[in-house]
Design a protein around this ligand. Structure first.
Ligand code: PXL
Length: 284
């Protein structure tokens, strides 16, 4: 039997609203992967569309958690990070990569900081510079197009995009360090939306598209990132992981749209877990 895989997810925990750790934990665990966590902050809800949310920064807790773990001789097959609670956490998380990784550890960074051409208002202007630093240490990064432009210091461009533009972004992002890049929010026309997966080792880009669903659904980046990490740690190729994650995310959005759920409450990914496991080749 194969040894059980172990991932550490380093994100905030938004107690309500299905994003970050409340998404990463169930999705990664569902595939039989052990999921440890380092919470970067505790919020009553995420910050997208709610007012009056609580916010407890856990920057000071990260290093002591890792110090303790260093006494336990733990090894991790993956480190997956997304929303960071403060600028100072960037250096701490970068240091955490070095302390927890070994030659077999896959580091996946989702540089959560922006969407629709704008840096999230909670982050300082210099946040992209810090994110660039931890992206350069990653094996795989998963930015959306806004985040890609911020990482590269380029002006945000509205779509539809051309293949040349998208593949240019992918190559430039990969030149920052990560061998593999998945770019989300890619569209060449208004009908189809999806993600592009680039592997610098083969210089190949694979696309996965589904019909575009109008509207903005919260937490979908984390659903996508968590499914990608789950598929990669389960042994799927980058192109397969991208396709699995696009389908899982779009199916979750469709269920949520049909249920007419408040879009701030996140998407119904839970009902899609059996299908995700079948796509991963895990039969129950
Ligand atoms: O989905 C990314 C995310 C994670 N955590 C918090 C957020 C967001 C996006 O807005 O607010 C707290």
């Amino acid at each position: 039997m194969q040894r059980q895989q172990r991932v550490v997810a380093i994100h905030d925990i938004s107690c309500f609203g299905r994003c970050s750790l409340t998404v990463a934990l169930p999705i990664i665990s569902s595939a039989g992967i052990e999921c440890s966590v380092i919470p970067t902050a505790v919020l009553s809800t995420h910050t997208g569309g709610f007012t009056g949310f609580t916010y407890r920064d856990l920057t000071e807790d990260i290093t002591p958690i890792v110090d303790h773990w260093k006494t336990l001789d733990l090894r991790f097959d993956g480190i997956y990070t997304g929303f960071l609670g403060s600028f100072e956490q960037i250096d701490i998380v970068s240091d955490t990569f070095d302390r927890l990784r070994d030659e077999g550890t896959l580091i996946v960074v989702d540089p959560v900081m922006a969407d629709n051409g704008r840096l999230y208002s909670i982050f300082p202007e210099n946040f992209p510079t810090g994110m660039r630093k931890i992206c350069s240490k990653a094996d795989v990064i998963i930015p959306n197009i806004t985040e890609a432009c911020l990482l590269l210091g380029e002006k945000y461009v509205e779509g539809p995009y051309t293949k040349e533009y998208i593949e240019g972004l992918l190559r430039k992002l990969s030149a920052m360090g990560p061998k593999k890049v998945i770019l989300t929010g890619v569209f060449f026309d208004t009908e189809k939306l999806g993600a592009a997966a680039y592997d610098a080792e083969t210089d190949r880009t694979d696309y996965a598209f589904r019909d575009c669903i109008p509207g903005y659904y919260h937490g979908t980046g984390d659903v996508f990132g968590s499914a990608t990490v789950t598929a990669l740690i389960s042994g799927k190729s980058l192109a397969e992981a991208n396709r699995i994650a696009v389908n899982f995310t779009v199916d979750s959005i469709l269920r949520t749209r049909d249920a007419k759920t408040d879009i701030r409450f996140g998407v119904d990914f839970e009902s899609g877990i059996p299908k995700l496991l079948r796509a991963l080749g895990i039969r129950r």
